[in-house]
Design a protein around this ligand. Structure first.
Ligand code: MTE
Length: 329
């Protein structure tokens, strides 16, 4: 039952993704926020760029909100679907370190300490290095509008801000025997009550194959809607891999290691028959407990067809040539 993407939906890559490059240098996000006419770093979500009423969905923004220049803030993804609102994106979250109740994550994560923050990058590299967030914000920050498809069969369209993971990996100069990248979330049970639960092997771990990690679509996100990430979204730094189920997009990363063996993720350890390493969005392969053929786009009624590789097949299908994707889940 593999689904074909109509050729009308296949758009050349250069116009396919939103790739507005914001700027390079310290304070990039703050300046980005200024361009968008929204509040600066680490402010509360009370005045987001499109709070409550997504400009894409509701027309004019509220009077009190300065209007973002249209060229800076597009209203749909490349398939023509509207962005989810800032409020939807930041009030319906999976973040098991806090709670398994999506609607409660935002409140429980409020006040989580996201500064100072460091990310240790090492393993099979010639130039291991610990990066402070200020250094990571010196990478040119780009806006990327991606679909996020959760393995639970809901999805959103999110305007992320961040930089390609490739740029970070190039800084540490991977050795030739580095085959995979292993990511680790912060372990802070005093602030993250879910990490006191014995059900999972904490900290949250995820992994990518080296070519997946170096792919241009693979993003280290530092913001969304032109604002710093909020804690519930994985502040201050999370991964976004848009062609894979959302659980691969690990939040609040503090450690990145290049390794020669497939990393065992939290989900592989918890339920290997349900959550595989590759986890490419595939409508033809059901989860053992539900179909993946359709999904519920948050904010819409009814269900829509799920696209192979979440609509990014043109960009990434070649990475898996020769692999039986019904087996290598
Ligand atoms: N990262 C950590 N550390 N902990 C989590 O529980 N949940 C994952 C992923 N990253 C998760 C995580 C899942 S299942 C999904 S669908 C996405 O985050 C959800 O991202 P969002 O809450 O920003 O929509």
């Amino acid at each position: 039952m593999a689904q074909k993407i109509p050729s009308s939906e296949i758009t050349p890559e250069h116009i396919y993704l939103s790739r507005r490059k914001f700027m390079t240098g310290a304070g990039a996000l703050a300046a980005t926020a200024a361009i968008l006419g929204v509040a600066g770093c680490n402010t509360s979500p009370t005045a987001p760029a499109a709070s409550g009423s997504n400009t894409a969905q509701s027309g004019a923004p509220a009077k009190s909100q300065p209007e973002a220049p249209a060229a800076v803030q597009p209203q749909t993804d490349e398939l023509g679907d509207p962005l989810n609102t800032f409020e939807a994106i930041t009030n319906y979250n999976n973040y098991y370190e806090f709670t398994t109740t999506k609607e409660d994550v935002a409140a429980m994560a409020q006040g989580f300490t996201t500064s100072p923050w460091q990310v240790e990058v090492g393993g099979l590299v010639n130039n291991p290095k610990t990066f402070g967030m200020e250094e990571l914000l010196r990478f040119e920050q780009e806006e990327r509008i991606y679909r996020l498809r959760c393995v639970e069969a809901w999805s959103m369209v999110i305007p992320w801000v961040g930089f390609p993971l490739r740029k970070l990996l190039e800084e540490v100069d991977p050795k030739s025997d580095a085959k995979f990248v292993r990511f680790e979330t912060v372990f802070r049970p005093e602030e993250m009550p879910g990490q006191r639960s014995p059900w999972y092997t904490w900290p949250y771990v995820e992994g990518l194959r080296m070519d997946e990690a170096m792919h241009d679509l693979t993003l280290m996100a530092t913001g969304l809607y032109g604002k710093d990430l909020l804690p519930q979204s994985g502040a201050p730094l999370r991964l976004v891999v848009p062609w894979k189920y959302g659980f691969k997009s690990i939040k609040s990363i503090v450690k990145i290691d290049l390794v020669d063996k497939i990393p065992v993720s939290l989900w592989m350890a918890a339920a290997p028959n349900e959550y595989g390493f590759f986890a490419n969005v595939n409508p033809a392969v059901s989860h053992p407990r539900w179909s993946q053929a359709t999904e519920r786009r948050i904010g819409e009624f009814g269900r829509r067809a799920t696209l192979p590789f979440n609509g990014y097949a043109n960009e990434v299908a070649h990475l898996y040539d020769g692999m039986d994707l019904s087996v290598f889940f």
